[in-house]
Design a protein around this ligand. Structure first.
Ligand SMILES: [Zn+2]
Length: 415
């Protein structure tokens, strides 16, 4: 009886893996180029054909999407599933008042929202005080306990002692912090510890708002940053740096980080340095855009644009002109999970060509994050595929119109 069950199981899985699904649409964006009337054939969890509709072999089942665009699953470059918009609860309160368990349960739901929005992979940039809840959420997805995107997680992230929040308490009062403090030689231990606890990469705050007037100032020295990068690299992991100041970015670049997050005050000189060293930038336009509205009282119109938005626009222009690789990531969590496309709309609005935005959120992100079989519809690549109604090359907002999400060869039931 047991043998019979096993044989049945084996046969079923054999036939299941032999199932070929053909998906076609009016347009196909393969991660690089747009083609008309193309499609893919998926077998198991792998893309086995990408071709014009007439040339594709017949699958066991075929789905055609007319008026739609077939493309790789999008990759969110900067998320925080453990955060939600600060106008609903201030960052301090999320970190100080909510239990880790509560945050993890909410975070799991937020991860699912990212997947439903067409983001089949997310790079999550720190648990912000929730320990290794991000690692647990990632594991829950891998175990099939919850539905969610593939996750690359940072774990706790590293800050220089005294620089990070929450702040402003009686000095004898030890409050839980949004990241793990470490300095000097101890950085080596902390990097190794975070890796041991499940970090896929190490996130470091190269600067933070700890200046005399609460302005952003560099934190770690170049030597400290180099030690972090060197220690992580030895384990085959990258380091990414939060940096808003030019000096923070300069140090992070010289130390050898892979990407720089935010980058508000970057100079042309540092951009040049980043280009030479192959450091990518993640501008997180949507974070600034949201905060200016819900805290700054901005109504969102161009005519009333506050200074912070004007300078972000100008920064993005300089980045575009510099030729530095731009990874797409909005800092989602600061604004609602599931509205990730907002970042892509802003990238287009601030002057990036639509096709370049599409490349950024697929093939460019994949390459920058070391995901060698994702981000493109290519034979041999993993079957992370979405279909959106309309033509995002004409209107980036069409990326909100999700019709199909396939992750790892499996069609996700959308809610
Ligand atoms: Zn962030």
């Amino acid at each position: 009886m047991r043998t019979l069950t096993l044989i049945t199981l084996l046969l079923t899985s054999f036939f299941l893996s032999a199932q070929k699904i053909t998906i076609t649409a009016d347009r196909l964006f393969d991660g690089i180029n747009i083609r008309t009337n193309w499609g893919v054939v998926v077998e198991g969890n792998v893309i086995v054909e990408v071709n014009a509709i007439g040339k594709l072999s017949k699958g066991d089942s075929t789905i055609h999407f007319s008026g739609s665009t077939l493309m790789p699953g999008m990759i969110e470059g900067h998320s925080h599933v453990l955060l939600y918009p600060y106008n609903r609860a201030e960052w301090n309160d999320q970190v100080l008042k909510e239990s880790r368990s509560l945050r993890a349960i909410r975070g799991a739901k937020m991860a699912t929202k990212n997947l439903y929005a067409g983001f089949t992979t997310i790079r999550d940039l720190g648990s912000e005080g929730a320990g290794y809840a991000d690692v647990a959420i990632k594991q829950s997805i891998e175990l099939g306990i919850i539905e969610g995107p593939r996750m690359l997680v940072a774990g706790r992230a590293i800050v220089a002692t005294g620089s990070y929040g929450p702040k402003g308490f009686h000095p004898d009062f030890e409050v839980p912090l949004g990241a793990e403090p470490a300095d000097g030689a101890n950085l080596q231990t902390v990097v190794r510890d975070q890796i041991g606890k499940g970090a896929d990469f190490v996130k470091v705050y190269a600067d933070y708002r700890w200046g005399p007037n609460n302005e952003a100032r560099p934190t770690f020295s170049i030597e400290e940053l180099k030690l972090i990068v060197e220690t992580a690299a030895s384990s085959g992991r990258d380091v990414v740096a939060h940096a808003a100041t030019n000096e923070g970015m300069r140090r992070a670049t010289l130390a050898g980080v892979k990407t720089i997050e935010h980058g508000s005050d970057v100079s042309d000189e540092v951009l040049q340095l980043m280009k030479e060293r192959g450091v990518a930038i993640c501008p997180t336009l949507a974070a600034t855009h949201s905060i200016q509205q819900y805290f700054g009282g901005w109504d969102g119109r161009d005519e009333t644009e506050p200074e912070a938005i004007k300078s972000k626009r100008a920064m993005f222009k300089r980045v575009l002109n510099s030729g530095v690789t731009i990874v797409a990531g909005g800092d989602v969590g600061v604004f609602e999970h599931g509205e990730n496309v907002r970042e892509l709309e802003l990238m287009a609005d601030y002057g990036m060509k639509e096709i370049d935005v599409l490349q950024s959120v697929t093939s460019v992100n994949a390459k920058a994050f070391g995901l060698n079989d994702l981000g493109q519809l290519r034979v041999g690549f993993l079957a992370d595929i979405i279909v959106v109604k309309g033509n995002p090359e004409k209107d980036i907002g069409d990326l909100y119109n999700i019709e199909l999400v396939m992750k790892d060869g499996r069609i996700i039931e959308l809610e």
